[in-house]
Design a protein. Structure first.
Length: 717
């Protein structure tokens, strides 16, 4: 009897109590999916939490709001609802994601496995009566060895009453998901883009927040390389993470995402970060050692941040060294003889005016180069000093100029006062004009020669404000002009100069030969860019110019006007015709392997090829070069063609790739910009199976190459 009464009471209890929130899990194939609510009965006007709840099969995973390199996050597409239109992409509160490596070091995703609860809010209308039913489709991508799009019909019915009735189990599950979700970061966050990296600097209000534990930044967008490592430096007031930027998606204004902290015990916490783009890392967020470097080569993720004073110092040293570069020496010889002549006259004012005019010419050229860099950077274009020589018309013009200078130095014709008249009175006003022109020519000739110190200084300006770019370029020019400028203001040093005499004419004629060789080198560049036809027309133009000069010198008094006409036509035709032809010629295909490369069984470089080779576990050496780059050619002859170097690469299964920047190539320009280099040469050495390279110095030696190969492979070479 008692048992029968108890049974009836149970039935009456179920009849008297509202059914509450009703939902059924759905097996979509590799996950069970359902909608859950923290309330069985909701009150009109209140906001409650619902959640999309998934139990995921072992070994499978789904994705975070930013899937990383591949994938799609979960979303719900709602049917019509008594609540009106419900957002299709529910505004989920996302738990902290996990790293999901797809190809180690190459492809990284972010997501979840095992169990996932995605809470979202729902406001019950004030006039709601009776049960509310929500229906829709949950859509998501689920992956293991393969990825499968899955959909699950989801629905839930929530009663509306005068009093709240919680669902204890669901409420606890949703509360746990909300507690585990990242919270807003309390403090200051900035991101600094420079030196080929993004430095995320975090200064929390709470002291000691990042004292220990592993830190990882998960971005909301694709501004960084997801698979790259993130070096961490801790300071007195916070921490900084060094991120690798994605060149296809630059940071605009802010970098947003989540910083995940994993303690030694495995406990996880996270902070929602919105970092402002800044020029300066927050003080106290870097440790005393900054980001630690690895190996003796430069690591792209550990490059030191240079201050403006250090950049200026390197620029000045780079300009000084530029005086010793083979592309500048022939031009400087012209200036040196002019200084000897001025010093012999004993006129200190003339000497100073020549030095100032030469310096102004150099500075004007470098100011123009800085202006070109800033303007093109504003349009999103990468521009290097040697970029001038990527245009066949400029190469042809410089070849003609070198040929003319060679003829002048050889004595075929004279410009102004003959060097033989070194004992005459002070030079006329045209002397300062000539000094200015020599400065322009020296700077232009030195543009492709990105030598020691100079490359680091110019690379550091890639992200600097325009005013700092101009300052660095002008200091570089000042370094180039400094020896002659100092000599012109310190007449007492002139006693160390040789006495003028007939030897100057012989030296002048001697330096004609380097100018002819310079013209020949430029013809090689032109041939690669515009074809052999352009070279032939240019040589024909040079012959016309030589004929015009001969006609002028051979003409008598009555024939001089005719000869002048012939000379003018020869000059115009000799320059205009080959320049026009070279401009119209079809250039060679950018990025192709040069004869240099083909001779040593190299391949053409591409980011895809690097990714393929490193995924196969191979090492990669990349030579970013150009035919017009003097240092590149010197490194080839002295190091990269040496048998022991090539044998070491082959023995250690390191593939030799060539990135030829002789012609314009946007892929190569992007890579130079990513590595914070202002131009070629650039040498990258990828350790076997690794996606981050070592950046080698711009001047190579066989011993340096062998040491680097030994370090990245761990083998004796």
């Amino acid at each position: 009897m008692i048992a029968r009464i108890a049974a009836w009471l149970t039935v009456l209890t179920f009849i008297a109590v509202p059914l509450g929130a009703v939902a059924q899990p759905y097996d979509a194939g590799h996950a069970e999916v359902e909608l859950i609510s923290e309330r069985d009965v909701a009150v009109p006007g209140e906001t409650i939490y619902l959640a999309l709840d998934k139990t995921i099969d072992e070994g499978w995973h789904v994705y975070w709001r930013n899937a990383g390199d591949a994938g799609l996050p979960p979303q719900i597409f709602w049917d019509e609802s008594p609540l009106g239109k419900v957002t299709e992409d529910a505004d989920f509160t996302w738990p902290l994601p996990k790293l999901l490596p797809v190809v180690e070091g190459e492809i990284m995703d972010y997501g979840y496995d095992d169990q996932l609860t995605l809470p979202f809010q729902l406001t019950v209308p004030r006039d709601a009566v009776g049960p509310i039913m929500l229906t829709g489709i949950a859509d998501y991508l689920i992956c293991k060895d393969v990825c499968i799009p899955e959909t699950a019909p989801v629905s839930i019915t929530i009663d509306v009453g005068a009093e709240q009735v919680p669902n204890s189990a669901n409420a606890m599950k949703i509360a746990s998901a909300l507690m585990a979700a990242p919270r807003p970061f309390d403090g200051e966050a900035v991101v600094v883009a420079k030196n080929g990296s993004l430095d995320l600097s975090l200064a929390p209000t709470l002291d000691g927040q990042f004292v220990d534990g592993d830190l990882r930044f998960f971005p909301y967008g694709n501004e960084i390389v997801h698979a790259a490592g993130q070096d961490v430096s801790r300071g007195e007031t916070g921490a900084s993470l060094r991120l690798t930027p994605n060149t296809r998606n630059s940071v605009e204004g802010r970098l947003e995402g989540v910083v995940k902290v994993t303690g030694a015990s495995g406990m996880e916490s996270g902070y929602i970060v919105s970092a402002v783009l800044s020029d300066t890392t927050l003080a106290g967020t870097l440790g005393s050692g900054g980001f630690a470097a690895s190996g003796s080569g430069e690591s792209m993720s550990t490059a030191p941040t240079l201050g403006l004073l250090a950049i200026i110092g390197l620029a000045f040293l780079g300009g000084l060294v530029l005086n010793l570069m083979p592309c500048v020496l022939p031009v400087l010889s012209i200036k040196a003889m002019g200084m000897v002549q001025s010093a012999s006259n004993g006129n200190a004012g003339e000497l100073r005016s020549h030095g100032i005019a030469y310096t102004l010419g150099v500075l004007a050229a470098f100011a123009a180069l800085a202006a070109a860099f800033v303007i093109l950077r504003g349009f999103g274009e990468f521009w290097a000093l040697g970029s001038l020589l990527q245009y066949p018309i400029i190469v042809a013009g410089l070849a003609i100029a070198a040929f003319l200078l060679g003829l002048w130095l050889f004595g075929v014709f004279e410009l102004g006062t003959s060097v033989q008249n070194v004992g005459s009175s002070a030079a006329n006003r045209g002397g300062t004009t000539g000094a200015f022109a020599t400065g322009l020519l020296a700077a232009t000739a030195g543009a492709p020669c990105v030598g020691p110190f100079m490359g680091v200084a110019l690379g550091a300006t890639l992200e600097r404000p325009a005013a700092e770019v101009f300052l660095v370029y002008l200091v570089l020019g000042l370094g180039l002009a400094a020896p002659f400028l100092i000599l012109s203001f310190l007449p007492q040093l002139s006693r160390f100069l040789p006495k003028p005499g007939a030897w100057m004419e012989r030296v002048k004629q001697f330096f004609a030969f380097p100018m002819f060789l310079t013209a020949a080198a430029l013809l090689v560049v032109l041939g690669q860019q515009a074809g052999h036809g352009a070279v032939g027309w240019l040589v024909a133009g040079a012959a016309l110019i030589a004929f015009g000069i001969w006609a002028l010198k051979s003409a008598g008094g009555s024939l001089r006007p005719v000869a002048l006409g012939i000379g003018a036509l020869a000059l115009i035709g000799g320059i205009a015709l080959p320049l026009y032809t070279s401009a119209k010629s079809k250039p060679a295909v950018a990025g192709t392997v040069t004869a240099y490369g083909a001779a040593f069984e190299t391949e053409a470089w591409s980011p895809q090829r690097v990714a393929e080779l490193t995924a196969e576990g191979k090492g990669v050496f990349v030579d970013f070069t150009a035919t017009w780059c003097i240092i590149c050619q010197a490194n080839k002859r002295t190091t990269l063609t040496r048998t022991e170097v090539l044998q070491a690469l082959a023995d250690n299964d390191i593939v030799f790739l060539v990135a030829d920047f002789t012609n314009k190539d946007q892929l190569i320009a992007d890579e130079l910009q990513l590595r914070n280099r202002p131009g070629v040469p650039m040498y990258l050495l990828f350790p076997p199976g690794q996606s981050e390279p070592r950046l080698l110095p711009q001047t190579l030696t066989p011993s340096l190459m062998l040491d680097q190969i030994a370090e990245v492979t761990g083998n004796d070479v």
